[in-house]
Write a protein that binds this ligand. Structure first.
Ligand code: ADP
Ligand code: FRU
Length: 287
């Protein structure tokens, strides 16, 4: 069991389950609706916790009614959140998600009116007991200070960085992490149509992965690029958080000392399994 701190967001996900994705200007009725906790970092922690790790979250909680949804879910998965910063102003970030039963695809409209986590808060934490830090690639100026702070004060502490969206200046963080987890949208934003071409173009020291939906994921380690296929479930039910689940599978395997290629395959297996079910519960059963 490793002690892992995730730094990133929690959201309120309002998920409309629909039979098919609507056309523009169509009116349709949802089959059902759920309001649940979401957010990349906390999704990853929820999976890591089920893989028997001691998980902690550092992010922003707003003192408002919807925070209860987040807190109850974190408690359910034994994730400690005393390292969070609480604010009175704003609203928990909210995602309006259309989940198509026909394909399992998820389309997300995200709205936020919530302060980002400041470095001044992060720098107060005692990180000495942690084995791994996982950062969401957002809030670049503050995150840059956080990563530099960790390198300076805790040089042996391993850090992973999720790079999901192109954000101005995000590339300045890439030399500061031990593991870089890229997404297809990020690779495409850099002009690449293939994950392997994208990884070949990079020369950072970090171990790097790039996920590509049902095509699986690629890894670059010591200059060599390798691939794991995806592991499709009998029926694709829910791809929301597939990437967050992949990240959890990868971190878990690496922190447990597995070789990177085995970690890549485990991450794809876990993410594929998740796509066959709704939500993130019972993901420990696979392992
Ligand atoms: P995100 O949730 O960030 O959009 P991806 O769609 O790239 O993430 O998926 C992450 C990983 O999840 C992929 O590398 C793959 O292993 C797995 N995955 C995603 N979609 C499917 C699918 N339809 N079938 C099987 N595995 C999938
Ligand atoms: C899935 C997810 C959702 C959240 C959105 C935030 O990866 O974390 O739970 O609403 O992405 O961008």
């Amino acid at each position: 069991m490793a002690r892992i701190l995730g730094i990133g967001i929690a959201t309120i996900d309002i998920i409309n389950h629909v039979s098919h994705y609507p056309a523009e200007d169509e009116e349709m009725r949802a089959l059902s609706q759920q309001q649940v906790r979401g957010g990349n970092a906390t999704n990853t922690l929820v999976v890591l916790s089920q893989l028997q790790h001691d998980c902690h979250w550092c992010g922003v909680l707003i003192n408002e009614a919807d925070s209860a949804i987040v807190e109850q879910d974190l408690q359910r998965y034994h994730i400690k959140y005393q390292h969070c910063q609480r604010f009175n102003q704003g609203k928990m970030p909210t995602s309006y998600i259309t989940l198509s039963e026909a394909t399992g695809s998820r389309s997300i409209v995200h709205y936020r009116d919530c302060p980002e986590l400041p470095f001044a808060h992060f720098s107060q934490l005692d990180l000495s007991g942690f084995d791994w830090l996982h950062f969401e690639g957002r809030n670049i100026d503050e995150l840059s200070q956080m990563l530099q702070w960790v390198k300076l004060n805790y040089p042996a502490l391993r850090c992973s960085l999720e790079v999901e969206k192109p954000r101005e200046g995000i590339e300045t963080l890439f030399d500061l992490a031990d593991v870089l987890m890229f997404s297809r949208p990020y690779a495409e934003s850099r002009g690449f149509q293939r994950a392997d071409d994208f990884l070949h173009s990079l020369s950072y020291q970090a171990l790097m992965t790039c996920t590509w939906g049902n095509h699986g994921a690629w890894l670059k380690q010591d200059g060599i690029v390798s691939h794991s296929p995806s592991f499709p479930p009998p029926r694709v039910v829910d791809t929301l958080g597939a990437g967050d689940t992949f990240n959890a599978g990868l971190i878990s395997a690496l922190v447990n000392g597995q070789p990177a290629r085995a970690a890549l395959e485990q991450a794809c297996r876990l993410a594929g399994h998740k796509c066959g079910q709704a939500g993130f519960a019972n993901l420990n059963e696979l392992l």
